[in-house]
Design a protein around this ligand. Structure first.
Ligand code: ATP
Ligand code: LTN
Length: 341
C-alpha cells in the first residue's frame, strides 16, 4: 500500500450503500474530507453494507450493485487505493464480532437515546423497524474502535454516534485496561449540514420525500441545473450569508464557496446589486463543472468491475490485519480464552 506510514494519525469513516448515488451533502459533509485526509493520515474508509441491511426489506441485487457504486464513487471522488485503505465492511468479520462485545457494554437506555434511532421509531413505529436499527450505532462504534482511529470525518448528524463511541471506549478501557484509542469527531463547520434545496430547514438527505431538493453526485448536468435553478430562497433580494434568516441563500453560498475555493465574503461582494437568478445560474455551473469529472471517473471504475473488486479485496486484507489485532486484544481483555483464529 504505497508509502503509508503507521506513525501518521489514523482516520476511519464509513458510508452506506443505500442509494444509487451519493448526494452533495454526503460529498461536502464527509467524502471531500476523506479525500484530503488520505494525504496526512493513515486512512481507513469503508462501505458499510452491514449497516445498509438495517433498512428492511432490502433487495440483495440492489445492495450488491449499490455497494460497487459506492466504492466506485469514492474512487471517482479521489480516494487513491495506494494512499488509503478502502474496503467493504462485510469483508472484515471483526466488525460484527466486536459489535457484540460493545453491545454488552452499552446501556439499553443509552442506545435508546440516539436521535437517529428515535427519529426512525417516530417515523415508522417499533413494529416496523428491526432490532438492527437499535444496535446500528454500536456497530458503528465497533467500526471506529477496531482501527484505533484518532479522528472520524463525518457530517454533523453523526456527532452523537462518535460521542457514544468515546463513551463506550472509555468505559471499556477503565473496566478492562487500555485497549482502544478514544476518537474525536472531525467535522468541518462550514459543510457539516448541507440543507435540502427545496426545504432549507432540513438536511439534504437521500430519504427525503421529494428528490427535487437533493443534488446527486451522479445526476446528469441538466437535472443538476434544474434543481439548482429552482432552489428555494427567501422574499428578500440581497445575497448575504445568514443561516438563520436566509438558510437557502446561505446554503447556495456555502456550496459555491467550497467547490470554487472563493471565500463567502468575496462571493457576497461580487453579487452586490445582482439577483438570486444570477447566483443560482453560477452555482449550477460550478456544481456541474465540479461533479462531471467525478461522475466520469466513477463510470470508468464501474465499467471495470474486476479491477474494482480487486481494489476492495486488497483493502479488506489490509483492514483485517489491523482489525484482528484490536479484536484479539479486546477478546483477551474481557476474558475470552485464546483459541484458533
Ligand atoms: P442520508 O441522510 O442522506 O440518508 P445518511 O446520514 O443516512 O445520509 P450516509 O450516506 O451513510 O448516511 O452518510 C454518509 C456521510 O454523509 C455521513 O458522514 C453523514 O454525516 C454525511 N451527511 C449526510 N447528509 C449530509 C448533509 N446534508 N450535510 C452534511 N453531511 C451529510
Ligand atoms: N452511520 C454513518 C455511517 C457509518 C460510519 C461508521 C461513519 C457507519 N460506520 C463509522 C463513521 C464511522 C452514517 O453516515 N449514517
Amino acid at each position: 500500500m504505497g508509502d503509508m506510514t503507521s506513525d501518521r494519525p489514523r482516520v476511519l469513516s464509513g458510508i452506506q450503500p443505500t442509494a444509487d448515488s451519493f448526494h452533495l451533502g454526503n460529498y461536502l459533509g464527509a467524502v471531500r474530507q476523506w479525500v484530503a485526509l488520505q494525504e496526512t493520515h493513515d486512512a481507513f474508509y469503508c462501505v458499510v453494507d452491514l449497516h445498509a441491511i438495517t433498512i428492511q426489506p432490502h433487495d440483495p441485487a440492489l445492495l450488491r450493485q449499490r455497494t460497487r457504486v459506492a466504492a466506485a464513487q469514492l474512487l471517482g471522488a479521489g480516494l487513491d487505493p495506494d494512499n488509503c485503505t478502502l474496503f467493504v465492511q462485510s469483508h472484515v468479520p471483526q466488525h460484527a464480532e466486536l459489535a457484540w462485545v460493545m453491545e454488552c457494554m452499552a446501556g439499553y437506555g443509552e442506545a435508546a437515546r440516539m436521535t437517529q434511532f428515535k427519529d426512525r421509531v417516530a417515523r415508522y413505529g417499533t413494529d416496523k423497524i428491526g432490532v438492527g436499527v437499535f444496535t446500528y450505532p454500536i456497530l458503528q462504534v465497533a467500526d471506529i474502535l477496531l482501527y484505533q482511529a484518532n479522528q472520524v470525518p463525518v457530517g454533523e448528524d453523526q456527532r452523537q454516534h462518535v460521542e457514544l463511541t468515546r463513551d463506550l471506549a472509555q468505559r471499556f478501557n477503565s473496566r478492562f485496561g487500555e485497549t482502544f484509542v478514544v476518537p474525536e469527531p472531525f467535522i468541518i463547520k462550514e459543510t457539516a449540514k448541507i440543507v435540502d434545496l427545496q426545504d432549507p430547514t432540513a438536511k439534504m438527505s437521500k430519504s427525503a420525500e421529494s428528490q427535487a431538493g437533493v443534488v446527486d453526485v451522479l445526476d446528469n448536468p441538466a437535472s443538476i441545473e434544474k434543481k439548482l435553478k429552482r432552489a428555494v430562497t427567501d422574499a428578500e433580494t440581497e445575497i448575504r450569508f445568514d443561516e438563520v434568516n436566509k438558510p437557502g441563500v446561505s446554503n447556495l453560498l456555502t456550496i459555491a464557496s467550497t467547490l470554487s475555493g472563493t471565500a463567502v465574503a468575496d462571493l457576497e461582494a461580487s453579487y452586490a446589486g445582482k439577483g438570486y437568478g444570477a447566483l443560482k445560474t453560477d452555482v449550477a455551473e460550478i456544481v456541474v463543472n465540479y461533479l462531471t469529472p467525478i461522475r466520469e471517473r466513477t463510470e470508468k471504475w464501474l465499467a471495470d468491475e474486476d479491477t474494482l473488486d480487486k481494489v476492495l479485496s486488497a483493502g479488506a486484507v489490509r483492514a483485517r490485519e489491523v482489525a484482528e489485532q484490536t479484536l484479539v486484544a479486546a477478546y483477551d481483555a474481557v476474558g475470552f480464552l485464546p483459541g484458533p483464529r
